[in-house]
Design a protein around this ligand. Structure first.
Ligand SMILES: Cc1ncc(COP(=O)(O)O)c(C=O)c1O
Length: 382
């Protein structure tokens, strides 16, 4: 008899929808990954390093050259200086970074606040640390933090709050003013933050990303997580990083050391080379993805879906209440995939208690122009 440590966990909706998309021959706008490749120079660099002997373990904390590039990027993006040696740790993906941060500070019986809709890895990571997630719903209309609800959810056991901005699945951003409000609320409490900022460079319409890295007070209690996979169009490389003050970094590394010890060596060499040679890559990302968002949204204007253009991430939420209000969003996503050839993700799976009246599915626009055109054509006849 196995007593499962995660009795409520099954195959994720992302895997299920990707499988259904493949078996139905549908365009896969469900799982969040580009259908185009990362930069040629980045891929060439990986080939070069594999061919030239960079195939053994790298330092547990990550390749120094890559940690320095991360610190340089942070200085350019947010005007703050972090120590590449004591504050930056390279991990095999942001998911692992989040897991290690949670294991590092959450003890049995601790409470962790997550905002619903929430990315699916947070809850099992907290459960495996012996903690308990307390779910606070984001505002229904704009997915902003409801500070009264957050205040009400705080208890003497609250040990962590998990932030995610730009936010998956809604594309909403946490503003600098909201970070100030949060700082005020938790100033006298012993609470850590995980700030999941994997979409930090995917922000549109000139709206800046308010990173916790640039909020001196909050940063003192934070693990800030990002993903090279999202930023360099190579999600399959599963390489990410955590930035945290030295004392928190030391605790995080104790866990990371025994979860994986280190990330994949040649990938780190390739990323370090590419980042050094192409600092402009991150500056060009907003325009690159905003172009895709606008193309996709313009093409969807004649459809019966309603939507507000997202401010961040590469996901667009669309409301289908004018099409099939009778279907819940899981059935809608399946119906769209099977009958109309476009796979989407139902938003209810990101909630502990999904709002019953909500009729939203998430579409990923990190796709080539022809994929977006083909998908929009199908979506316009539903
Ligand atoms: C909000 C969020 N956090 C973390 C991740 C995981 O990133 P990685 O692939 O680097 O583990 C994702 C990937 O979809 C995500 O959407």
């Amino acid at each position: 008899m196995i007593t499962s440590k995660l009795p409520n966990v099954g195959i994720t909706i992302f895997t299920q929808m990707s499988q259904l998309a493949a078996s139905s021959g549908a365009l896969n706008l469900s799982q969040g990954f580009p259908d185009f490749d990362g930069p040629q120079a980045l891929r060439d660099a990986l080939g070069w390093h594999v061919a030239n002997g960079h195939n053994q373990y790298c330092p547990m904390t990550g390749l120094p050259a890559l940690r320095q590039q991360v610190a340089a990027k942070i200085a350019r993006s947010y005007g703050v200086s972090v120590d590449a040696e004591d504050e930056v740790t390279i991990t095999p993906g942001a998911t692992q970074a989040i897991f290690c941060a949670i294991q590092a500070v959450i003890h049995s019986g601790d409470e962790v606040i997550v905002f619903d809709p929430a990315y699916d890895s947070y809850e099992p990571s907290v459960a495996l640390a012996g903690g308990r997630c307390v779910h606070v719903q984001l505002a229904a209309n704009d997915f902003a933090i409801d500070f009264q609800a957050l205040k009400d959810a705080l208890s003497p056991r609250t040990r962590m709050i998990i932030l995610n901005s730009p936010h998956n699945p809604s594309g909403a951003l946490i503003s600098r003013a909201e970070l100030e409000q949060l700082a005020e609320l938790i100033r006298d409490r012993d609470i850590y933050l995980v700030s999941d900022e994997v979409y930090e460079h995917l922000v549109y319409d000139g709206v800046p990303h308010a990173s916790v890295l640039a909020h001196q007070e909050l940063y003192q209690r934070a693990f800030v997580v990002s993903s090279f996979g999202k930023t360099y169009h190579v999600t399959g490389w599963k390489t990410g990083y955590v930035v945290a003050p030295p004392a928190l970094t030391a605790e995080l590394r104790k866990v990371h050391q025994y979860v994986s010890f280190c990330g994949v060596t040649p990938l780190q060499y390739a990323l370090a080379d590419y980042m050094a040679a192409h600092p402009e890559h991150v500056e060009q990302l907003p325009a690159f993805y905003q172009g895709k968002r606008d193309l996709f949204c313009d093409l969807l204007l004649p459809s019966r879906f309603s939507f507000t253009r997202v401010t961040g991430t590469y996901f667009q939420l669309v409301d289908y209440s004018q099409i099939r209000p009778d279907l819940n969003d899981v059935d809608m996503a399946v119906w769209m995939t099977r009958e109309h050839g476009v796979a989407a993700i139902p938003v209810s799976v990101f909630y502990q208690n999904p709002p019953q009246e909500q009729r939203l599915v998430r579409l990923c626009f990190a796709k080539r122009e022809e994929t977006l055109r083909e998908a929009a054509e199908k979506l316009c006849v539903i």
